[in-house]
Design a protein around this ligand. Structure first.
Ligand code: GTP
Length: 811
């Protein structure tokens, strides 16, 4: 019978010892071995060549192993190891047909394969059928003895026994009942066991520790086929549920899960071929490790391709995913459960360690997504916090209370979001993300607080500026002895008001005392700074102010009426007063006096710039100039607005620029005086009276003279008016004389003519007569007197100059 091409059998190892990996894989697929878990059994058969092994297996398991044609003689038909599945036997039973022992074909030297295949069968099988001829029992030279020896020897090469069932199948049983044969056989087996050289560890180990020995006998297939078949059918029953407790292989140990059977068998054969001892537990661990790794790898790969996971992984870049934790957990769970169910039959420690590795790997894979989700939740929460915080601040509640409440609420919200994102399998700590959110919230609160505080400070600064700027300016412009005291009062009052207001506003910010004090100090400093700045600004324009003040005082009287320099005014006194008032401005502006400092600036300036008493020698030679310094004695340079030297220079400039006004005034006054002074000097009047006494008396004695003088006066007066003598001489004496000489004769002629006409005209036509001309002329004469004031302006006497330019020390 030819096995090749049969669907449910394959040559596992060929005659040359080559393992048929592909054939085994195909076989496993066909018989669906992978799904069996641990629920499968492996049966193999050993025995001399051509002892009817294949025939027995085929009848027992309905397999189709190649059998020898009875008519062709006894030669080897089975080469290597063949594998088939027993038909209709539960659990799945794999049947291995081994090449016969003591085969003539291989020769004596080639026993290695025999041993290797025996070791392989023992390592893989739960039940090993030992096929033996009935007549060999008890015989010294029995054909099965070398076989058993081999079995027991190779058994020692397995570090730990599998508790394999050795089922001795006695073929061609004779009339001797099994009950009699079995003890003999067991004795034989025991003898062989005892004689087999054993390692120290197993010296005393009984055979039962390694094997379950069972015995059965079958009639000859060739001679009593019917009986043979009946007995085989009965024997077949023993293979049903063979792995259940009490079954034929109920005691088996160290079974490899069906899914790893191929890999395990291959590795075993590899180790056996390398002529190494087979450490079954280590082998089992190795198989478990490899297979669990394969399963884990497969699960990991298919997880990375999972559609749900891929869509989550993509969506996670866009924003938080509601129910992220649950979704990912359930996907992970599906894959981990898959691993569990596939790796369930593998060695526990290996399986769990590989599961742990798989879980860690999967969690590492999903961790970035988780962190991304946390970041999104954090960002979203921070955004919501900012919005709510701004709204709440506008609600009018205290800053700190709002910040605290808002932060608490949104951190709790974040925690809720985190709980939703937490992956069950990982239980990652979200406290760091929460800490980051807290830090972000704190940073935002701090920046808002800083902005609000700065806003508040600016508002109070603006208020202060409004309250200080105008009044301080006014006070400085009206500089007097009380200016700085008034400014101090104003500053103190406004600063306290601002400090009180700001202090109240700050109470909502929950600031520490130190920061609060610092802010209040800053507002005080700002207030002082404003006053100082204003003073500095005004000091910059002090010259203009001084000139203003001078002009105001000099050109206006006590009732603020513009002065008319009639000649009676004491220009020197007025000038001195105006100057000292202007100097007061300078002294007030010279320094900032916000701390009630006592200083001598006023005195120094007065002494240096106003004092007129010092003698000529004092002025220029002996006295040291007190203003030749860049600092005031009692004033620190930071408080100095105008240095002594600058004061001196300003005063010089002031004087130069106001000099003209004074000169104008003096000129005006002089002109006025001249206009009003028509009388001759007193000595002339006295001389006139003394010398003209006789003539005067003559006139008094002769009234005719008086009449003549009167007429003469009238004539002269008329001529004066007609010729406009005062007007002619306005432009100088020579042009006046030339003009008069040309006008004199015509005017006399004209006068006489008019007089003649007057004499002819009736008196009624001219009721006023000449007096009208005279009064007009007089009026004109009076009117011209005012014109003198303007022409006289340029004629300031040197005496008057000296009077204006009151000498001072500095000059
Ligand atoms: N006497 C006797 N002959 C048998 C029995 N069973 C099978 N045979 C015969 O023995 C010969 C060999 O049979 P196989 O089943 O091929 O024997 P084998 O042990 O598988 O042979 P190899 O695979 O070559 O080792 C065949 O001619 C069978 O007819 C039996 O129970 N008694």
């Amino acid at each position: 019978m030819d096995n090749s091409g049969e669907c449910c059998s394959t040559q596992l190892i060929d005659g040359d010892g080559v393992f048929n990996i592909d054939g085994l894989e195909n076989f496993i697929k066909e018989v669906k071995l992978r799904e069996c878990g641990l629920s499968y059994a492996v049966v193999s058969i050993m025995g001399p060549q051509s002892s009817g092994k294949s025939t027995l297996l085929n009848h027992l398991f309905c397999t189709k192993f190649r059998e020898m044609d009875a008519f062709k003689g006894r030669s080897q038909t089975t080469k290597g190891i063949w594998l088939a599945k027993g038909a209709d036997i539960e659990p799945c039973t794999l049947v291995m047909d081994l090449e016969g022992t003591d085969g003539r074909e291989r020769g004596e030297d080639d026993t290695a394969f025999e041993k290797q295949s025996a070791l392989f069968a023992l390592a893989v099988s739960d039940i090993v059928l030992i096929n033996m001829w009935c007549h060999d029992i008890g015989r010294e030279q029995a054909a099965n003895k070398p076989l058993l020896k081999t079995v027991f020897q190779v058994m020692m090469r397995l570090f730990s026994p599998r508790k394999t069932t050795l089922l001795f199948v006695i073929r061609d049983k004779t009339r001797t009942p099994l009950e009699n044969l079995e003890p003999v056989l067991r004795e034989d087996v025991q003898k062989i066991w005892d004689n087999v050289p054993k390692p120290q560890a197993h010296k005393e180990t009984p055979i039962s520790e390694f094997f379950n020995v069972e015995v059965t006998a079958l009639s000859s297939y060739e001679e009593k086929e019917e009986q043979f078949k009946e007995q085989v059918a009965i024997l077949r029953q023993r293979f049903f549920h063979s792995i259940a407790p009490g079954g034929l292989a109920g005691d088996r140990r160290g079974v490899v899960p069906a899914s790893a059977f191929a890999f395990s068998a291959q590795q075993m054969w590899k180790v056996i071929k390398e002529n190494k001892d087979l450490d079954l537990p280590a082998h089992k661990v190795m198989v478990a490790t490899v297979r669990c790794e394969e399963i884990a790898h497969e699960k990991y790969s298919s997880f990375t391709e999972n559609e749900d996971w891929c869509s989550i992984e993509e969506a996670v870049h866009l924003g938080p995913i509601p129910g992220f934790g649950k979704k990912v957990s359930s996907i992970l769970d599906a894959y981990l459960s898959g691993y569990d169910s596939e790796a369930v039959y593998f060695e526990e420690s290996v399986r769990s360690s590989k599961r742990k590795q798989l879980e860690e790997k999967l969690l590492q894979l999903v961790k970035p997504a988780f962190q991304s989700v946390l970041e999104h939740i954090g960002c979203e929460t921070l955004g919501k916090f900012k919005e709510a915080f701004d709204k709440a601040l506008n609600g009018g509640e205290g800053f700190s209370v709002v910040a605290h409440d808002c932060a608490q609420f949104y951190v709790a919200l974040f925690d809720k979001g985190c709980a939703d994102a937490v992956i069950e399998q990982a239980k990652w700590d979200t406290s760091r993300a929460q800490e980051k959110l807290r830090r972000d919230i704190d940073a935002h609160v701090a920046s808002v607080r800083a902005a609000k505080l700065s806003e508040l400070t600016k508002a109070y600064e603006a208020k202060l500026n409004e309250a200080l700027s105008g009044p301080v300016e006014a006070l400085l412009e009206g500089a007097n002895n009380e200016t700085w005291s008034a400014i101090r009062k104003l500053l103190s009052r406004e600063t306290e008001s601002a400090v009180t207001g700001l202090s109240g506003a700050l109470s909502g910010f929950d600031l520490d005392e130190q920061s609060k004090e610092k802010m209040l100090l800053a507002i005080r400093d700002t207030a002082r700074g404003m006053v100082e700045a204003k003073a500095r600004e005004k000091a910059g324009g002090v010259l203009a102010l001084m000139k203003d003040r001078f002009t105001t005082l000099f050109c206006h009287d006590a009732d603020s009426m513009p002065r008319v320099w009639t000649g009676k005014e004491d220009i020197r006194a007025i000038n001195k007063l105006a100057r000292s008032a202007s100097l007061k401005l300078l002294s007030v502006m010279a320094a900032v006096r916000l701390d009630n400092e006592k200083d001598n600036i006023d005195k120094s300036l007065s002494v240096a710039l106003l004092d007129t008493k010092p003698t000529t020698t004092d002025r220029s030679v002996t006295t040291v100039d007190p203003l030749a310094s860049s600092t005031w004695e009692e004033i620190p340079s930071s408080k100095t607005l105008i240095t002594p030297v600058q004061c001196k220079s300003l005063w010089r400039q002031f004087k130069a620029e106001t000099e003209y006004t004074v000169t104008q005034a003096i000129s005006a006054q002089e002109a006025n005086r001249r206009n009003n002074n028509w009388m001759p000097p007193p000595w002339a009047i006295v001389a006139l009276v003394v010398l003209g006494f006789n003539e005067f008396m003559t006139l008094l004695r002769n009234p005719l003279y008086l009449g003549v003088i009167f007429v003469g006066f009238l004539l002269v007066k008329a001529l004066w008016v007609q010729l406009d003598i005062s007007g002619e001489f306005r432009n100088g004496a020579l042009p006046g004389l030339i003009s008069l000489s040309s006008k004199f004769v015509p005017t006399i002629m004209n006068l006489l003519k008019r007089l003649a006409e007057e004499g002819q005209v009736p008196a009624s036509n001219n009721p006023h007569g000449n007096p009208s001309v005279t009064s007009k002329s007089l009026r004109n004469g009076v009117g011209t007197s005012s014109g003198l004031s303007s022409t006289a302006s340029s004629n300031v006497t040197s005496e008057q100059e000296a009077e204006y330019s009151s000498p001072s020390k500095e000059e």
